[in-house]
Design a binder for this molecule. Structure first.
Ligand code: SF4
Length: 492
């Protein structure tokens, strides 16, 4: 049969009702997937991540075949070669796709003469975000979020925010509760496609990640019915006996298309409207979807393809050994979190921001090396997610274009928000001496090293001023040198 269109589906557009597949015709379109060797072996990808992405795509391709579509699932050295290979078989067809989710893939497809439709895997068209961004003095997420609430008419009552406030962070952000029984995370069973992919990748997949639309929907339902009501208060807590707490654990599915943000928001709003969910949980969760997620994607495109190379703090330390092996550190918080990443390719936003990124920031780790690590090790780490999150938010490498101050913190924050410090060889209250918490020492050392740079930042005034009260600054500088040398050797 001769086909008039080839529709290219990247591995993050796996939804039947969105993207280029939405209006596909079985009689005249060929649906193309490319599983590139470069994607599989080009970098040190976490096997859970590769497994999840590949198995989800193969399941989606299989569903389309079952529906009666002509599907080309091509394995090739690169995406470009795979597309060219498939097009040779359908020489008269034109190439079509939704706009891609990264600069690189978009450029690849443009060079191949692809025709594009809007990328509708987000709630905010890129033009709408551009309009907002170009009218701002600074890119405060909170302003964007309020605009989203109004524009999308979500959690609004007659033009006012539902519950009388735009956010309820004061009610949330609680430390871990005492004697709390965290529900178990059930996971998913594996089918033939899963087992085949795992075998090809030569590893045993954990039951953590769903790889089908049905299973992703199941996880969404499970979150809404079992966890959503409790999500808000403990969304920032870090505990030892649960890796998922009351988090939804659906970011991988929204990012690869198995779920669409609109259906996630609809489910959340419906549960809230039925009176089942306290406002602090409803607002906190909805903000992640219509606020943060959309903001980060908008900023990725707004800041441009060179933004990922920013290094305003001139941070040059090579990536610490502990990032690639949880056994290379004595710090209980980092060891537990890196070990969780090793197991499932996921930890929630606070360990990512306030422990891992914070450590990269205060040790002066090269932002690009840290960015690559985050891209490789997390199951939901799309390029558009990680570039602004790491460069702008995590390690402040953009000189404050996104965030007006760096997210630097000492051991006191981790001690308050987690259960890690009790079992640690270090003491979060100490900044000098052999038992001093490396976070506490390096937090002050980071401020000291960068005090000139932050001198004009009024939001840093209090922190920089705090340095003046330190009577032990010379000892602290010496201890910081020891800590950094120990971290470089994987011995702290
Ligand atoms: Fe982490 Fe410091 Fe607490 Fe140890 S004492 S767990 S290093 S914050």
């Amino acid at each position: 049969m001769s086909h008039s269109r080839t529709l290219y589906i990247p591995f993050d557009h796996l939804h039947r009702d969105y993207g280029i597949i939405r209006d596909a015709k079985k009689s005249s379109d060929v649906i193309l997937f490319v599983e590139s060797e470069r994607m599989r072996t080009g970098r040190n990808w976490h096997p859970e991540r590769l497994f999840f992405l590949i198995s989800s795509a193969r399941h989606f391709a299989e569903d389309l075949r079952d529906e009666g579509f002509t599907v080309e699932y091509v394995k090739a050295p690169t995406t470009e070669k795979g597309i060219l290979q498939a097009r040779k078989r359908h020489p008269k067809s034109s190439l079509h796709a939704s706009r891609q989710s990264s600069f690189r893939l978009q450029a690849t497809l443009e060079a191949l003469g692809c025709e594009f439709i809007e990328n509708d895997f987000f709630l905010t068209p890129r033009e709408v975000f551009e309009e907002w961004a170009s009218s701002q003095k600074n890119y405060l997420m909170e302003n964007f979020y309020r605009e989203q609430r109004r524009r999308l008419n979500i959690l609004m009552d007659n033009g006012k925010p539902t519950g009388g406030a735009w956010n309820f962070d004061k009610e949330n952000r609680l430390p871990p509760p005492k004697n709390y029984k965290w529900p178990e995370y059930k996971g998913f069973s594996r089918d033939e496609i899963d087992l085949e992919v795992a075998q090809e990748l030569a590893f045993e997949a954990s039951p953590t990640w769903a790889t089908t639309r049905a299973a992703a929907l199941h996880q969404l339902k499970h979150f809404i019915s079992r966890h959503f009501a409790h999500f808000g208060p403990y969304e920032d807590a870090m505990v030892l006996d649960s890796w998922s707490l009351h988090h939804s654990v659906i970011s991988p599915y929204i990012n690869n298309g198995l779920l669409h943000p609109q259906e996630v928001v609809d489910a959340a709003v419906k549960a809230f409207d039925m009176g089942k969910i306290p406002i602090e949980s409803a607002e906190g969760f909805i903000r992640q979807i219509i606020g943060w997620r959309e903001y980060i994607n908008g900023m990725y495109w707004h800041l441009g393809s060179e933004y990922r190379n920013e290094n305003h703090l001139k941070a040059s330390r090579p990536l610490l050994p502990l990032f690639n092996s949880s056994q290379k550190t004595e710090m209980n918080c980092v060891r537990s979190i890196v070990s969780d990443v090793e197991k499932r390719a996921w930890v929630h936003h606070i360990p990512r921001l306030m422990v891992l990124s914070n450590l990269a920031l205060i040790t002066g780790t090269n932002p690009q090396q840290f960015l690559e690590w985050m891209r490789e090790r997390f199951v939901d780490a799309s390029e558009w997610v990680m570039v602004p999150n790491v460069i702008g938010m995590g390690v402040h490498a953009d000189g404050g274009q996104m965030m007006s101050k760096p997210y630097a913190a000492g051991g006191a924050y981790i001690s308050r928000m987690s259960e890690y410090c009790r079992g640690c060889s270090y003491n979060p209250k100490l900044r000098v001496g052999d038992d001093a918490c490396p976070f506490t020492t390096l937090y002050w050392d980071f401020l000291d090293r960068n005090k000139e740079l932050f001198a004009k930042n009024h939001r840093m005034f209090q922190q920089i001023n705090g340095l003046k009260r330190l009577s032990d600054l010379p000892e602290l500088r010496e201890r910081a040198k020891e800590v950094l040398a120990g971290l470089d050797m994987g011995e702290i």
